[in-house]
Design a protein around this ligand. Structure first.
Ligand SMILES: Cc1cc2nc3c(=O)[nH]c(=O)nc-3n(C[C@H](O)[C@H](O)[C@H](O)COP(=O)(O)O)c2cc1C
Length: 203
């Protein structure tokens, strides 16, 4: 039996909507036996944050889309991670991402692309969403479909600009984030088991 592995969710949320997505992703990760999920608000760049991320098997990045990209607070975290990058501290960890914004499109893809590039710079392995597009992709689609916003790189969510975080993102978008958390957790577990197996063969 493997000791539990950790999936960390490193996120920023200005007004609470992206935080709901983060909590959904954590719930998905936690639903996989043998996986712990940790939520880390990256607004505070503390030693505890870097230590926790260092100990995680996978890091899921989360940010609202502001002015077509990651929020300034998330970007500050990304830039501060250059210290970890200098030692390739996150190399071979898994990474994934989610974002939320007011527009149905809202240029969310640019935010996910920035997160994937951040992961690539760190030498991490990016986990995609792994779902077919829902809703408008087919004539009989529904706004309740999983992956209703049709992303591939990560989980997307939409929150009307005048709806509070108690009302948005929609249940479908939260289930999509939950799916991403579960998928990352399962992939991380497979990777950790394989590594332990190889260590057993080598010893
Ligand atoms: C400074 C700022 C810039 C924004 N830029 C965008 C944008 O480019 N595209 C979009 O669809 N929504 C944009 N929005 C709306 C937010 O993405 C939306 O309100 C989101 O739910 C906020 O998430 P949060 O509560 O986690 O901060 C912007 C909001 C702010 C405050």
């Amino acid at each position: 039996m493997l000791p539990p592995i950790t999936v960390a969710i490193a996120y920023h949320s200005g007004y609470g909507h992206t935080e709901r997505q983060a909590r959904a992703a954590a719930g998905g990760a936690r639903s996989v036996p043998g996986v712990r999920a940790e939520l880390h608000d990256v607004t505070s760049l503390t030693d505890e944050l870097w230590t926790a991320l260092d100990g995680a098997e996978a890091i899921i990045f989360g940010s609202p889309t502001y002015m077509g990209s990651q929020s300034a607070a998330f970007q500050a975290f990304a830039e501060a991670s250059a210290k970890v990058w200098a030692d390739m501290g996150w190399r071979d960890k898994l990474a994934a991402g989610f974002t939320n914004s007011a527009g149905v499109n809202g240029d969310k893809l640019n935010t996910l692309t920035s997160m994937a590039l951040l992961a690539a710079q760190h030498g991490m392995t990016w986990v995609t969403l792994g779902l077919p597009p829902g809703w408008l992709y087919s004539a009989d689609g529904s706004p309740d479909d999983l992956n209703r916003l049709g992303g591939f790189l990560g989980a997307m969510a939409q929150s009307p600009s005048d709806a509070g975080p108690d009302l948005a993102p929609s249940p479908a978008d939260l289930r999509t984030a939950e799916h991403l958390g579960r998928r990352v957790a399962r992939t991380a577990l497979r990777l950790a088991s394989g590594r332990r197996g190889l260590e057993g063969v080598a010893s």
